[in-house]
Design a protein around this ligand. Structure first.
Ligand SMILES: Cc1cc2nc3c(=O)[nH]c(=O)nc-3n(C[C@H](O)[C@H](O)[C@H](O)COP(=O)(O)OP(=O)(O)OC[C@H]3O[C@@H](n4cnc5c(N)ncnc54)[C@H](O)[C@@H]3O)c2cc1C
Length: 419
């Protein structure tokens, strides 16, 4: 290691959730060398989840988005450089090449580069007013267009019935706008939710006045001089729009890693401790694909994943093992409904529903428990935080109720935790 590299210390690419968590865990883990965090956005670290929820709805101030003020990072001796794009990694020289052509050496490197919304591969999708949502600046652009739609009484179209699209749809409806959601699949949130919950969400949105088109085949975006005017479907019909929000998923930002020869497979491949194929480089958050014990790869896009992996990545750089073993969890807010998911429900073959009355989802307060065989593998709770917290404990402990117990409101699931 060169003297210059030794002085450089650890460099973190990406000043988001995973980057901040790694930096702070390095300090709390006793690392005393230099830590430099590089972010290509003009802003310091901020919370993304409110962008589609409370912030877009105008319920919180911009200051409440701030995750860590630069002064707070400075107190921990973490140097934050915003507006800096890392162009390449020279692994043999242990050096980063920055956008302005300068270089920065590292002794250890953290890739926490996040993900990028998938672009709509259709004619007209570059028209003004066709927007995706990932960054604070994206959210500001959407908020501005929403305000114009309110002023001009123009409708909003959301392409993609995933979490971000549906949260934006709910926020736009709350503002009184006419909203259409176009989803290509036969159900909403099909990649992440059981059919029973997809149907429930479809009813929730329809009940709030959203026009839902399932199985929608979008053919083109129509635009005039002032920007988007509508979305053309394959059957020739046009859904009018003054704003089109595209929420059709994200891709991991693994280009830097790939170009540097690190193992990537729709994400930077890491083990449970966030180690990449280079012992000096770890990766955390949305940009990763985690190798599981059975050899498969898992990509998670959540605050919890970025947080837990950030801590694992820091430990790995400090020569410790802190594998990701926690139950994955996620949340989404739409209207007055908070969904909290625990575990991964893929592969479930049976369900039990615990509502105010057994099997009852109508009151809007319930938990769907997912089973694979006799084993509880996941649970999705709507306005039922107590159920969610309890099920995380059950899943962490590997304890499974029977389906009958899960669905029976008279049965105290917490009693299963008491030995
Ligand atoms: C609108 C919205 C709502 C969400 N809601 C929820 C929710 O309710 N619950 C939940 O759990 N999760 C939610 N998420 C997901 C969650 O925010 C992400 O999973 C989390 O932010 C991932 O953190 P990260 O650090 O991996 O990536 P990011 O937060 O994306 O940070 C990565 C940073 O790296 C920067 N970067 C990339 N490449 C370079 C480069 N070459 N040089 C310099 N900088 C670079 C990026 O610009 C970015 O600033 C939401 C996301 C969005 C966008």
């Amino acid at each position: 290691m060169s003297g210059e590299a030794a002085a450089a210390g650890i460099v973190i690419v990406g000043a988001g959730q995973a980057g901040v968590m790694t930096a702070e865990a390095l300090r709390s883990g006793g690392f005393e060398g230099a830590i430099t965090m590089l972010g290509d956005e003009p802003h310091g670290p901020y919370h993304r989840p409110p962008l589609s929820k409370a912030w877009m709805a105008g319920e919180i101030e911009a200051a409440q988005l701030v995750m860590r003020a630069p002064e707070m990072l400075a107190r921990k001796n973490i140097a934050l450089r915003t507006g800096v794009n890392v162009k390449a990694i020279d692994r043999s020289a242990q050096t980063l090449i920055l956008g302005d052509g300068s270089t920065l050496p590292y002794t250890g490197l953290v890739l926490a580069t996040g993900s990028t919304p998938r672009a709509l591969p259709l004619p007209g999708s570059d028209a003004p007013g066709v927007l995706a949502l990932r960054t604070r600046d994206d959210a500001s652009a959407i908020a501005e267009r929403l305000a114009a739609c309110i002023a001009q009484q123009r409708p909003v179209v959301v392409i993609g019935g995933g979490f971000i699209g549906l949260e934006v749809a709910a926020t736009a409806r709350k503002k009184g706008l006419e909203v259409t959601v176009l989803e290509a699949a036969p159900r909403l949130l099909g990649r992440v939710l059981a059919p029973v919950l997809s149907d429930w969400y479809a009813e929730l949105h329809r009940g709030h006045g959203v026009q839902l088109v399932l199985g929608a085949q979008v053919a083109a975006i129509e635009a005039a001089a002032q920007g988007v005017t509508g979305v053309k479907l394959a059957d020739g019909s046009v859904v009018p729009a003054g704003l089109v929000v595209v929420g059709i998923g994200v891709g991991a930002n693994d280009q830097l890693a790939k170009a540097a020869g690190l193992a990537c497979d729709r994400g930077i491949v890491v083990d449970a401790c966030c180690r990449t194929s280079d012992p000096l480089i770890v990766a955390a958050g949305d940009c990763t694909a985690r190798r599981l014990a059975d050899g498969s790869l898992l990509r998670l896009e959540s605050v919890q994943n970025a947080t837990v992996q950030g801590k694992s990545a820091a430990a790995a750089l400090l020569g410790q093992e802190r594998p990701f073993t926690a139950t994955p969890w996620f949340w989404s807010d739409q209207y007055d409904k908070k969904l909290q998911m625990a575990g991964l429900s893929m592969g479930a073959d049976a369900w039990a529903i615990r509502g105010q009355m057994n099997g009852d989802m109508a009151a809007g307060t319930f938990t769907v428990y997912h089973f694979k065989g006799d084993q509880l593998i996941a649970a999705d709770s709507v306005n039922a935080s107590k159920d969610h917290l309890l099920v995380r404990k059950l899943l962490d402990a590997g304890i499974s109720p029977t389906r009958e117990q899960a669905g029976d409101v008279a049965f105290d699931l917490a009693s299963l935790l008491v030995k």
